[in-house]
Ligand binder design. Structure first.
Ligand SMILES: Nc1nc2c(ncn2[C@@H]2O[C@H](COP(=O)(O)OP(=O)(O)OP(=O)(O)O)[C@@H](O)[C@H]2O)c(=O)[nH]1
Ligand SMILES: [Mg+2]
Length: 442
């Protein structure tokens, strides 16, 4: 099975259903009032962590997902049906990024992240009924669902990470201590993807992760690269496995330095993690000498000799791991350097108007674009309400300042309309002026 641990998703919430414009028309009921129901809400797109998944394979094949659209409202005040949510299952340990900022870390079974919100249903004409305006001929289209492009990354959840040069015996060790069965062979880069194994020792359990071998320049992409180190970023303890025979002409001691340099260049956090130097293949004659040399060289560090093949020293290594893990705090949710901070929140409000090269005016902004998308241009009252709102929020003033003339085309989202300059006065102002003029005249 392919292992995919990074995917870009293109998500869209379902569109809200349209509101209905209808009047009660029944025999023996004269003057039946408005009874158009609201549209239903569009379905959300939600990511949900599930322990039964280990890869984004399915998501990589279908990265475009959309919530169901809401149903349209109907007469007799019937609200449209809500669209059902699109729930996407992701493996435990999925970290969500939007515009490079970390948004969520789904590391608990069932934890959810609302990735794209469904649009609200448009209002039917019953919702516009007021004491003064008892027969509104106005209704809205549904709000379009939110569009979101997000990147998801898998950072496996394990307690112990196995690192080392290729062929050091990492997979053999995982197979010895757990029921995981990664491929083991006498050539470098046998392991091509991370493997997890649950280790039970003296009534304690922990999860160990075996990742592909690292070589010099892995941080520049040499060998299989260092991208797999992401999966041991949240382990609490590292076992650095060492082959007493060395690798590719490299002495074991130089190999230790090389791996530590690669860990440090991936992330300082990884370099700081508690490590146990594990000299593997102690059944080979070279084992004892190498263990002795490393113990002398790294006096202050824990150096343990084991053999994944015979099981020698493995119990002592597990004892040590359980003791160390019990002293270390459980890792909290992942926080990348570029985590969302109050200073980096993007607030999109207000509007902007600009004259385009073709002479038309572009009106942009969250509120105005949403209003334009929900406008039903065939209903004159809806158009008047739209124009009134534009005037109230100052769009007319801004257009006048840019030199727009009556009849100029203004584009707002997918809607285009001809601008009609109703003057700077609002209706209320006009009413007040007229009342004043009348009182002066009388
Ligand atoms: N004699 C001896 N051989 C071992 C021991 N552990 C592993 N090996 C051998 O070393 C070779 C490499 O073992 P793997 O477990 O595949 O090594 P790895 O570190 O996972 O290698 P990559 O996945 O390629 O990075 C295999 O031929 C194993 O049989 C050991 O304790 N003693
Ligand atoms: Mg391996």
């Amino acid at each position: 099975m392919d292992f995919i641990d990074r995917v870009r998703l293109f998500l869209s919430g379902g569109d809200g259903g349209s509101g209905c414009m209808s009047f009660r028309r029944e025999k023996y009921i004269p003057f039946g009032g408005p009874d158009g129901g609201d549209g239903g809400k569009g379905g959300d797109v939600i990511l949900e962590a599930s322990s039964s998944l280990f890869t984004f394979l399915d998501l990589a094949r279908r990265p475009h997902r959309k919530g169901e659209d809401g149903g349209n409202g109907k007469g007799s005040d019937k609200t449209g049906e809500s669209g059902s949510d699109c729930v996407i299952c992701v493996p435990l340990g999925t970290v969500v990024f939007k515009d490079g900022l970390c948004q969520a870390d789904l590391c608990e079974e069932g934890s959810r992240f609302l990735a794209a919100k469904g649009g609200r249903g448009g209002r039917g004409n019953l919702s516009f009924k007021t004491q003064r305006h008892t027969a509104p001929r106005i209704a809205e289209k549904g709000e379009p669902g939110e569009k979101a492009t997000i990147d998801i990354e898998l950072k496996l959840l394990a307690d112990v990470g196995l690192v080392g040069l290729p062929n050091a015996g990492k997979s053999s060790m995982l197979a010895r201590i757990s029921k995981a069965r990664p491929k083991i062979a006498d050539y470098p880069f046998t392991t091509l993807q991370p493997h997890l194994g649950v280790v039970s020792h003296k009534e304690e359990n922990f999860v160990a992760a075996d990742i592909p071998g690292l070589i010099e320049g892995a941080h520049k992409g040499t060998g299989l690269g260092d991208g797999f180190l992401r999966h041991i970023e949240r382990t609490r303890l590292l076992w650095h496995l060492i082959d007493p025979l060395g690798f590719g002409g490299l002495e074991p001691r130089d190999g230790v330095r090389l791996i530590e340099a690669e860990l440090a260049s991936f992330s300082p956090g990884l370099a700081r993690k508690p490590k146990i130097l594990v000299v593997n293949k102690m059944d080979l004659p070279e084992g004892r000498a190498v263990l002795g040399t490393l113990k002398r060289h790294y006096r202050r560090r824990r150096v343990i000799g084991v053999s994944a093949a015979t099981g020698e020293g493995v119990d002592a290594l597990l004892d040590e791991a359980i003791k160390t893990l019990s002293e270390l705090p459980k890792p909290g949710p992942f926080r990348a350097a570029a985590t969302l901070t109050p200073g980096s929140v993007r607030v999109e409000q207000g509007f902007s108007v600009a004259r385009q090269k073709d002479g038309r005016f572009a009106l942009r902004g969250n509120l105005v674009e949403k209003m334009a998308a929900m406008l039903r241009p065939e209903l004159p009252e809806a158009v008047a309400r739209f124009q009134n709102t534009l005037r109230k929020i100052g769009v007319d003033k801004a257009l006048r300042r840019l030199g727009a003339a009556e009849g100029d085309v203004v584009c707002c989202g997918a809607v285009e309309f001809e601008w009609q300059d109703e003057g700077a006065e609002t209706e209320r102002e006009r009413w007040r002026r007229k009342a004043k003029e009348n009182s002066v005249g009388s």
